[in-house]
Write a protein that binds this ligand. Structure first.
Ligand code: KMH
Ligand code: ZN
Length: 272
């Protein structure tokens, strides 16, 4: 098995300080959170950013400043969200890619998202995939529903994605594919043989699906974007606390944790 890649999804677009008082919001807070997660064992930070009022934004300058502050502190791989918040336009969503982060997400289908719709029409998906390709960014295909894997393979045929693909199975979003072991196994068994994968279990699905991924040879995403609790009814103190738990569990299972440069080599990312 490859060493375990841990992604820290430190803020997301939906969550507020009222729900999670330790949520990092400003570029400086996001950089500190990313650094703490790196210290704890994360090799990728999945990045959304917020404006001065704490609202989600795809503003290029906020991404630029946040990435600069993160890179000043550590060599963690910075992965930009092209999902942004529901309701963002495709132009807004692709704008930060001009900063050439090492990785970016690509969701290959539309899905209900709580009371909202996370809209990814074929033309949106192709526009985002095009831009990712243009800048030579390593895509992470976000799969919220089974059909999204077939859509990703169709993009390979069109030359918009290159194999080996790297998937993130986002399971347990209200309105999308539930975060069950059976669903995770189905997706893992449906992937092309050379693909790599991680799982982002939402809410209470985070920990059990992470443990499955550790045992099955997948990789793990944790963090406030996906889950704000450490245990039932007990808020996590920090994103790093959630990362540290995965490192401990992986250690007990005999699975070593990847450094950022090891993660680059597992994912085929050349730039450091
Ligand atoms: N905030 C969600 C609507 C991504 O980062 O690529 C979409 C999302 C996916 O978080
Ligand atoms: Zn995200």
């Amino acid at each position: 098995m490859d060493k375990l890649i841990i992604t820290a999804a430190i803020v997301g677009a939906e969550l507020t300080r009222a729900e999670q008082p330790s949520l990092p919001l400003t570029p400086a807070e996001l950089a500190t959170a990313a650094y703490e997660c790196w210290q704890a064992g994360a090799s990728i930070v999945h990045l959304h950013v917020r404006d001065r009022a704490g609202r989600p934004t795809q503003d290029v300058e906020v991404f630029r400043e946040t990435m600069r502050l993160i890179k000043e502190k550590c060599d963690i791989i910075v992965q930009f969200s092209t999902g942004g918040a529901t309701g963002a336009t495709v132009t807004e969503r692709i704008a930060p890619l001009s900063l050439r982060p090492e990785m970016a997400t690509l969701t290959t289908g539309t899905v209900n998202f709580g009371d909202d719709v996370f809209f990814n029409s074929p033309s949106y998906i192709e526009a985002i995939a095009n831009e990712i390709k243009l800048y030579g960014i390593r895509p992470e295909v976000e799969v919220f529903e089974t059909g999204m894997m077939q859509n990703a393979l169709a993009l390979v045929k069109k030359g918009l994605l290159q194999q080996p693909l790297h998937f993130d199975f986002v399971l347990g979003v209200p309105g999308a594919m539930p975060g069950t072991p059976k669903n995770l196994l189905h997706l893992v068994e449906s992937m092309p043989d050379d693909a790599t994968w991680m799982v982002a279990g939402i809410g209470r699905a985070e920990l059990p699906l992470a443990v499955m991924a550790i045992l099955l040879g997948g990789h793990v995403r944790v963090g406030f974007e996906d889950n704000i609790y450490y245990s039932r009814g007990v808020l996590a103190e920090s994103n790093a606390q959630l990362v540290a738990r995965i490192v401990r569990i992986a250690g007990e299972c005999g699975r070593a944790v990847a450094t950022p440069s090891e993660a680059r080599s597992i994912l085929g990312i050349s730039a450091g």
